[in-house]
Design a binder for this molecule. Structure first.
Ligand code: PLP
Length: 343
């Protein structure tokens, strides 16, 4: 190596050593707790990392499990941001002082029907997408059993559905918690728990997460309670599944995005939140040409046959009540005592 080349080589090595060892440059990381479908988490994180030159990684868990992890790691946070999952546990995390304050400028692009919620809760949590609660049915299996298609929550109590209904466990799953909250809101606690007790006779599986739709696709259960897009996604893969909006009205939730208190990569977490709320960050799933969650950015184009938020008969969901950590504790201990552990 010539003398000049050798100097140049040393200079480059020293510069890269500086960049790698200097905390400002070395820590270009982001750890995301992701509560979307696993493949959606992969795509989002990969696209974000490439575009922003940030070394992002994710861990996927269901909503209740993620909240449990954030609580347990309070004194030593292991992730920077929580992306996805039903909104109530995000609000509970805020209630418990587990979130970092950040109001993203991209909140100004939210759909008009969610503007009041963003104004109310947006200091700590942003809304990345919307999900509509309903039923998934396996049409082959119902035909085999000679059963009519259920249209209402109340149809699920028919004894002919014994061992045919799947419900995600409200303790671990945001889907299950949304269902529980929906019943309580519609009917009050007493009637809701009496319904769940009767429904328990017909339950085939209490699954850990709302994304577990393979049992329904295989026909191990003929009916599943969950978010409509998960059933549409199974249908798109060829399963004999239909999604059903229930007669009692469309209950829904919003997918939360919150920065975790004490995030080590705070600036990168803010960049991620802004991106996940942008048209570009929300059109990824649309580009996959699969019916995934409904975007909340008003400029986002959606699949022609996707559920349109303004065509739904939405119930007035009480996020204040079900996002309170006290309420959640009370409801879930009732659930555990009266249904899960009571035989
Ligand atoms: N976010 C998305 C996009 C989902 O599809 C689901 C469930 O279907 C959830 C969040 C809630 O997941 P979990 O029930 O695992 O908490």
């Amino acid at each position: 190596m010539s003398k000049m080349k050798s100097h140049l080589f040393k200079a480059i090595s020293l510069t890269s050593t500086f960049f790698l060892s200097h905390p400002l440059y070395a820590e270009n990381n982001l750890t995301i707790y992701c509560t979307l479908q696993n493949e959606a988490c992969e795509e989002v994180v990969q696209r974000f990392s490439t575009q922003h030159n940030i070394n992002a990684k994710f861990v996927r868990s269901s909503t209740g499990v993620t909240l449990g992890k954030i609580k347990a790691e309070k004194d030593k946070p292991q992730a920077d941001i929580w992306y996805g999952g039903t909104i109530d546990p995000h609000l509970q995390a805020r209630d418990l002082g587990l979130l970092e304050k950040y109001r993203s400028p991209k909140q100004s692009e939210v759909l008009p029907q969610f503007k009041h919620l963003v104004e109310k809760y947006g200091d700590y949590t942003s809304f990345g997408y919307m999900l509509v609660l309903g039923l998934g049915i396996n049409t082959h299996k119902l035909k085999q059993l000679g059963l009519e298609h259920p249209k209402c929550w109340s149809d699920l109590l028919d004894p002919r559905f014994k061992g045919e209904v799947q419900l995600p466990d409200p303790q671990s799953s945001g889907t299950g918690y949304s269902f529980l909250a929906t019943l309580i809101q519609m009917w009050g606690e007493e009637k809701a728990f009496s319904f769940l007790k009767q429904l328990d006779r017909n339950i085939s599986h209490y699954v850990k997460s709302g994304i577990v739709t393979s049992n329904l696709a295989r026909g191990d259960s003929s009916v599943s309670i969950g978010f409509l897009h998960t059933f549409e996604a199974e249908k798109a893969k060829g399963a004999p599944i239909q999604s059903v909006s229930v007669c009692e009205g469309d209950s829904y939730t919003l997918g939360g995005i919150s920065i975790i208190k004490g995030a080590r990569n705070l600036e990168n977490a803010k960049i991620f939140m802004d991106w996940a709320l942008s048209k570009e960050g929300q059109e990824l799933n649309w580009m996959r040409k699969a019916p995934y969650q409904i975007p909340t950015n008003k400029y986002t184009e959606i699949l022609p046959d996707a559920v349109k938020p303004n065509q739904l008969n939405l119930i007035d969901f009480d996020f204040e009540r079900f996002g309170s950590s006290e309420q959640a504790k009370k409801i879930l201990s009732h659930w555990i005592e009266k249904i899960k552990l009571s035989k």
